[in-house]
Design a protein. Structure first.
Length: 282
């Protein structure tokens, strides 16, 4: 089985997706389940985890509705208002749907110190209590803050998106690599091999440019805590879906069958506790 553990759906509006700037104009349109399903077939991908793109409760509700209709959407990482006094009520309503497997807040857009605030910490304690994962979306310069956050929530499974967004465009391995190694010392943290081509110059990147960054996360996390993700449709500005799958295939080709299976499915199954819901539904 292959699981794509990081993709998005959206109904495009210029107001809600203002971050899609002119060089990315090709993705200024709707991306819905039928669009992805066609590409999954060519890439031999079986299931996906759908991740929030907008910080709204309405989108989380919509993604869960899509997951209920399409059984190949294995789970949803939604957004909830983590600093809200009504968080408990919101989370318990959403967790009634077992396909909610995690939550994410777009920390890369928050000011320094946000990860240290008491309200945010209280919200993550509720995420821990309900057995969900938390996704870390941060830039490389926020990795030290993220490591402190992980240390304050040692019982919470966390998943680092897009290998921590290093500056691949400038080939800057350090201090990103040092900080990745430090973060990876925390055994509850997983790392997604995703979103790399858009951290490069997505019009002029090549595979060799990605190699040292891929090698660094493999060394730091090992295959048992690396998770494959496509970042579809964002990544389409730089690479087609099937080509990204094949690129990762080449990267892991020297690993054992067990290690390759971990990256393409086993690590996601553990991080999001997917086997539990699949056994419940069988």
């Amino acid at each position: 089985m292959r699981i794509d553990a990081h993709q998005h759906f959206w109904k495009y509006t210029a107001q809600e997706f203002e971050w899609i700037e002119e060089p990315m104009a090709a993705i200024r349109r709707d991306f819905l389940p039928p669009d992805l399903k066609a590409e999954m077939g060519a890439a031999v991908v079986d299931r996906v985890i759908s991740v929030q793109a907008r910080q709204t409760i309405e989108e989380t509700e919509w993604l869960l509705q899509l997951a209920d209709v399409h059984d190949w959407i294995a789970g949803v990482v939604g957004w909830v208002p983590l600093i809200s006094p009504d968080l408990n009520r919101t989370l318990e309503r959403f967790t009634a749907n077992r396909k909610l497997r995690g939550v994410r807040h777009i920390l890369q857009s928050e000011p320094d110190g946000y990860m240290d605030c008491d309200d945010f910490s209280r919200g993550l304690k509720e995420v821990t209590r309900l057995g969900l994962a938390y996704e870390l979306l941060v830039f490389h310069q926020q990795l030290q803050q993220a490591t402190r956050l992980v240390d304050r929530h040692s019982n919470l499974t966390m998943v680092l998106d897009h290998i921590g967004k290093p500056n691949i465009a400038r080939n800057e391995l350090e201090p990103w690599r040092h900080n990745i190694r430090e973060l990876a010392r925390r055994p509850q943290v997983y790392c997604k091999i995703s979103g790399m081509v858009t951290e490069a110059d997505f019009l002029h990147w090549d595979e060799a440019q990605l190699q040292p960054f891929l090698d660094a996360v493999l060394e730091a996390f090992g295959p048992e805590r690396l998770i494959f993700g496509s970042d579809w449709p964002v990544a389409k500005v730089a690479i087609e879906y099937v080509d990204w799958v094949e690129l990762v295939n080449r990267f892991v080709s020297s690993l054992s069958v067990t290690e390759r299976e971990s990256i393409f499915s086993g690590s996601a199954r553990k991080a999001y506790n997917l086997d539990q819901i699949w056994s419940t539904n069988s």
